[in-house]
Design a protein around this ligand. Structure first.
Ligand SMILES: [Zn+2]
Length: 134
């Protein structure tokens, strides 16, 4: 089958791969070097991930918002409803936010990579991106 010159990898494919933390370009699990760091390049296809400084700052913002939504607000509700005491609520809020961000950190990194390539699918090497400077 001939390959379409426009978009070899569609936005839908980028999302389907991204939510599972797979590389948006090749679909392999090559994005993460460690729990907290992306590889410099994808382990599967070698796509450059070093341009991804913005992914880390984006991750921090998502992390704060996510911790407020999913940890602190439920925590405040529990304290307000006197389900748990104030001291327990404070401890739960601090430990919970920290644990939550650590837990979802790799997913946030992958999702920042995904969001970037959903916005700019032409940047993927499979779609003809990354061939020299503009
Ligand atoms: Zn790849």
């Amino acid at each position: 089958m001939p390959v379409e010159p426009a978009l070899v990898v569609s936005r839908a494919q980028v999302i389907a791969r991204g939510v599972r933390c797979h590389c948006p370009n090749c679909g392999k699990r090559g994005l993460l070097a460690t729990w907290f760091h992306l590889n410099k390049a994808c382990a599967g296809c070698g796509m450059d991930l070093a341009k991804s400084h913005g992914f880390y700052s984006g991750t921090t913002s998502i992390g704060y918002v996510a911790a407020i939504l999913f940890v602190l607000i439920p925590d405040f509700v529990l304290v307000s409803a006197k389900v748990i005491g104030v001291t327990a609520g404070i401890l739960l809020g601090m430990a919970g936010s920290f644990a939550f961000i650590v837990l979802i950190y790799p997913a946030m990194l992958c999702w920042m990579v995904m969001a970037y390539h959903v916005a700019l699918p032409g940047e993927l090497p499979a779609n003809g991106g990354g061939r020299g400077e503009e």
